[in-house]
Design a protein around this ligand. Sequence first.
Ligand code: C2E
Ligand code: MG
Ligand code: MG
Length: 708
Amino acid sequence: MVQEAKAERPGDALLLNAALETIPFGFCVWSSDFTLVMWNRHYLDIYGFPARAIRQGMSLFEVVELSCRLGNHPDTDPKGFFEAYAAELTGNRSGLRVVNLEETAGGRTLETSHVYAPGLGWVVTHEDVTDEIARADMMAESKRELARQYGLLDAAINNISHGLSMFDKDFRLMASNAEFARMYALPPELTRPGTAFRDILEYRRKVGRHAPEDIDAYIAERRRVMRNGRFVNEIAKMADGTYISFRHQPLEGGGMVTTHEDITGQLATEAQMRHLATHDALTDLPNRALFREDVEQSCAGLGSGRSFSLLLVNLDNFKFVNDSEGHETGDKVLQAVASRLKETVGGEGLVARLGGDEFAVLAPGISDPAAVADLARTILTGLDAPFRFGRKPVRLRASVGMAVAPGDGQNADTLMSNADLALIKAKEEEPGTYRFFESGMDAKFRRRRLLETGLRDALSNKELALHFQPLISALTGAVVCAEALLRWDHPELGSIAPAEFIPVAEDTGLIVPLGAWVIETACHTAAGWAEDVKVAVNLSPLQFTRAGLLETVWGALMASGLSAGRLELEITESLLLKDSAANIEMLHALRGLGVGIALDDFGTGYSSLSYLRAFPFDKIKIDRSFMTDIAARPENRAILAAMIGLGKSLGMETVVEGIETAEQLSIVTREGCSQIQGFYYSPPVDAETFAGLIGADGLRLRSVRRSG
Ligand code: C2E
Ligand code: MG
Ligand code: MG
């Protein structure tokens, strides 16, 4: 506000006044000794000075004091503020421009600029720079944020384990990371933005570092990816044999970001892992899973007329080797078997180990039975020579089961199970040989499966029963004993002979609970008979190897009240073949209970006579096979006579089984056997029928049976 301005012309003061009022900042003029000369309205507004409080000629100190009182220059005492102010503006004044920032009561920031004009004094402008400062602060902050983000991005890009490159649409490098340079061994000048893709490729070729085989084709391929504009994941094999995995992401408007990863090691590990998963660790042969895959693949080729054969090779006595020579030798033997098989089969087929002592051969193109049999023979002969690892040379025997495709099956499962059936047959009939699959085996196998599953529930379903067959005293003709014989009435298959299901029960271990049931039931039934009739129960070798036989027998006697002397246990020679010391000990223990022990099927084993020395049996039962043609074959009669004589001289009772005719009866009684069992008197009958036979003598028995 120009107060009493001494204008040259009256219009000049008005003009100057108007000009001062329109400028957008506070303005004032101080004399050189700091008294207020003039000011404008903005000056008053900006500091909040009431109009009347400001007068011309006021000292700077007065104005400062007023300003402080109004709340401007907070936290500053007026004296100090003034002194600092004055100090700054005194001294050499010419050309001086002093700029300060001040704060007002309203929290605004003012920039004051003092310029000394000689003759006039201090011209001071006061500008509100609050918004400007805020804007500048904001810009500085966003700049800092940008730098921070860039730093993060840079750190991220340089720390990812993959190489990263970004090329523009002309295949010039825009950006890349440290791993990219490291992977391709690029010098710094080739990682500069603007470097041509081709220069990088040529350098890679020069130094032999992951260079593509054909640079032109490589660039063309990437150009195609870029043009397509879609994400692509590709694996490329490089000239140095390495594999690089690329993930290309084309950019909008051209260019492409790519990550690069050397996966050579990873592929090698994967290949190794696949090898481990598909090969047997001990022999390094393909395992069952891989072999099955190979068979499946061969099956796929059957349509185009290709045939093949499948041979399953099983070592018959490996378990024995393992048990007697130790597992270490066992392992070595298996390894040697594997290499012998590979050697003998050679290029004719693929050898695999299916597990344990089971091996298999897939022979593509060999389907003529004579050729398949030849191969089987070669394999068996190859395994024939002894293996020398442990204390003594090991001789192995193997059996082979064979199935030929497509005749014996057209898929892996059928072929494998058919070859397996053939193998079972070979092992059953003549271990150490080979057998082809035959169609009937399948049905037999299915029936066996049915028996296996059915037997599990046979006891609880009450499908099992005991029948009893009388044994007649040769001396008195009276019934003196009954052999308990198991019967099974299968709900679907009807009545099944023990000769068929007992081996199944033995294989599955079910013979143990079944056998216990037989002992208990036989004792219980016999307890109801006359005192002079004994009961005989057949025992399987497996029942001996399981704990609890003694307890079962003792328990059955106790529960039924049958005196031990009325129970006979029949065992076969096979029991004495294996682990005989323990078994003989058990026989003694059983006999310690007071029960009788009979040797069943005598004469059918290899060394029957030696068994008679091993244990003092109470009774020997001469196998019924000696009865066939006894009248016509004098040698059978001679053997029979010798056996009966032997039994007698050892103080054992002798029973002849399978007497069907009067002629057979008269022969055996003349030879002096003590008891007779056979259809001539009676077949096995149910418990009720048998109870009715007790008390009858042999002659009456025959008439009872005939009329019954
Ligand atoms: P095994 O102990 O030698 O029993 C005698 C077998 O000869 C019985 O056959 C019987 O029916 C038959 N047999 C008796 N007299 C004659 C005859 O005059 N002519 C002919 N041809 N056969 C006669 P089964 O009942 O079929 O039993 C067969 C085998 O099954 C038995 O032979 C025995 O080894 C086994 N077995 C039966 N029951 C059991 C059992 O409860 N436990 C065990 N472990 N085995 C049993
Ligand atoms: Mg018997
Ligand atoms: Mg017998």
